[in-house]
Design a protein around this ligand. Structure first.
Ligand code: NDP
Length: 333
């Protein structure tokens, strides 16, 4: 079976040379383990930090020569547990390989009749859950809010914009790279306005929200955060989800001084890590699977095929090659 390993740590921007695709035998199953044929795997911005050596990240860093990991869904093809049937589907943390030997305790059953398999990694998975936690917990979304979401054509952002409206926001504005993605937000995802940040972000935000914004869902940091700080109304809220612009250019943000706006306007700026909020998971899954059934949210994915293309799918996602959730299909459904 094939897997992707970390060939070397990136020196600056990550590139294809940092990844290796290797073939290895599938290990024997021990008690309590499952053999999973992976069908889809997720590629995530957090991988970027985990490829580095020294940087402290909120999860473990990768080791050179070892396989990478990340979320995946697949079919159980061998099981040591009567409770987990061969032929059932599970979500787990051992992506970046065609077959995974998974401790059953770390796998969650998923039901392909409730939602399509890619959705269990995207809008109904950690991605959608991040959007839900960020809006409801960190952002304390209120009825009537004007909400601004950055990286809004991406996985978390496209969920956050759609959920914000369904959870009571009055006006939803998104930013994305390029006119095509900006139009996609309005035409396909029901945003009120889409801003191409490569054009003029501040002017776009002024035009889209002349009276200002109440909640900023930040996926980007840097200049986006600065523009949002100026657009925020008094007592506004910022949900700090991620800073993908910093991942690409570490020196891009002498922006911190602009945080004085938080003081002047009595803002609440709340960072959050999705995994601290498991208590909200059941409410999230019930709410969003109903929205999916009723056709109220649209689930979008950019799917590459074959494990050999996983590194490119990840690198492309970092520079905006994806619309919606970036996934790799490893085998047939
Ligand atoms: P996305 O699907 O949003 O993919 C990344 C997107 O970032 C690209 O499509 C690109 O879109 C955009 N981008 C890249 N560089 C820049 C830049 N310099 N300025 C503006 N946009 C840029 O990824 P995810 O939805 O998986 O993740 C979104 C954010 O959420 C990340 O910051 C991630 O770290 C964070 N996150 C946080 C979690 C938490 O628990 N707090 C959990 C999961 C994710 P474009 O073409 O528009 O530039």
């Amino acid at each position: 079976t094939r897997m992707v390993t970390l060939a070397s740590r990136p020196d600056g921007e990550p590139g294809p040379e940092n990844f290796d695709v290797v073939t290895a035998p599938v290990p024997e199953l021990r008690d309590g383990q499952l053999l999973v044929r992976n069908i889809y795997m997720s590629v995530d911005p957090a991988m970027r930090g985990r490829m580095e050596t020294t940087e402290k990240h909120y999860t473990t860093n990768f080791t050179v020569g070892d396989p990478l990991d990340g979320s995946a869904v697949g079919e159980v093809i061998a099981s040591t547990l009567p409770a987990v049937a061969v032929g059932s589907h599970v979500r787990h943390r051992l992506g970046w390989r065609e077959h995974a030997v998974v401790d059953a305790a770390t796998a969650t059953p998923v039901d392909p009749s409730t939602a399509a398999l890619p959705d269990w990694l995207g809008i109904l998975g950690q991605t959608g859950f991040t959007a839900y936690v960020g809006l409801t917990r960190a952002g304390r979304l209120a009825k009537g809010d004007t909400v601004f979401v950055s990286a809004a054509a991406g996985a978390v952002g496209s969920a956050a914009g759609q959920f914000a409206r369904l959870l009571g926001a009055d006006r939803v504005i998104g930013s994305a790279g390029g006119p095509k993605k900006a139009r996609f937000l309005v035409d396909e995802l029901g945003f009120d306005a889409g801003i191409d940040y490569r054009d003029d972000l501040s002017a776009g935000l002024d035009a889209a929200a002349p009276a200002g914004i109440d909640l900023y869902f930040d996926n980007v940091g840097g200049e986006h955060l600065v523009a949002a700080l100026y657009a925020l109304r008094e007592r506004g809220r910022v949900a700090l989800c991620g800073m993908i612009s910093d991942m690409r250019d570490r020196d891009s943000s002498p922006a911190i001084s602009h945080l004085i706006q938080a003081t002047l306007k009595r803002l609440t700026i709340q960072g959050f890590i999705v995994r601290d909020h498991e208590d909200l998971r059941a409410e999230f899954e019930a709410t969003v699977s109903a929205w999916l059934r009723e056709g109220k949210v649209r689930s979008q994915a950019t799917v590459s095929t074959g494990i050999e293309n996983a590194p490119d799918a990840f690198l492309s996602m970092l520079t905006g090659g994806n619309v919606g959730k970036a996934l790799v299909q490893l085998s047939e459904e």
